[in-house]
Design a protein around this ligand. Sequence first.
Ligand SMILES: C[S@@+](CC[C@H](N)C(=O)[O-])C[C@H]1O[C@@H](n2cnc3c(N)ncnc32)[C@H](O)[C@@H]1O
Length: 270
Amino acid sequence: MKPGMEPVIDHYTRTGLMERIRAALRGRGYDPDNPSIEMLSELDHLHGGGFATTEAQVELAEIPRGCHVLDAGCGIGGPSRYLAGMHGCTVDGIDLTPQYIDVAAQLNEMTGLGGKIALAVGSVTDLPYEDEHFDVVLCQNVSMNVADKDRMCKEAFRVLKPGGIYTLSHLAEGPNGSPIYPLPWALTAEVSFLGVPQDLLETLSGAGFSGIEDRAGRARSKPGGGPQPGTIGAAPAMGDDMPARTANAAQSVAEGRLVSMMVVARRPGC
Ligand SMILES: C[S@@+](CC[C@H](N)C(=O)[O-])C[C@H]1O[C@@H](n2cnc3c(N)ncnc32)[C@H](O)[C@@H]1O
């Protein structure tokens, strides 16, 4: 474990996480012993806009049906389950937070997807996969916790097949001052590594990617937006203060303190 990563794990780890999820499902009138991907999608897409943003990113990045995806920083596995269960993909998910991987594994089994999603605890900066292994690397709202983005982008490049797609949603610093903390990914600036938008684009280019494009302007749901109305939201997995933290993110975007990015890049090749 690299220095600086423990506070990130602490930020995401919660007491009784599986019971919090079960209670939220029960409260919504769902059977917590038999949840579907759709029921879980109300609470397991841990980024602004929730499931709608995952759908938007899959569409904007033109992730082919049935391909092999690495969900880099997979959280409790909502986007992985969407890709495996509704988009026909084979998925590997990796995350730094052991508790999230444990819960993701349980939810995969409960939804019958255990055989289509392989999970690992680890860092996006040190991926335990062979070279040229994946068609797509999807990384949603993870890079704000990653200090070494150069290493993260080089690792994504290494594990992608030639012609493979790397797509990231990221919140970068805006021109109008510091964002308002606490935010969904960080209570203070200690575990928040944003950079300006150009930094991420240049880091991708430096890692060898081409066709680098920020397509956030075309997305109908964005990673810094508010939760989908009427859904459970990310509070069970990320903390009871999530409504306030999400509101801070949305206000920071509206005031130009944060810039919502949805980047698509390709590893050159056939
Ligand atoms: C805001 S959550 C997003 C989870 C998931 N991508 C989603 O959208 O549902 C951020 C996730 O990034 C993970 N994370 C942070 N730094 C990481 C790193 N260096 N390597 C792998 N995962 C990391 C956290 O453990 C957490 O699960």
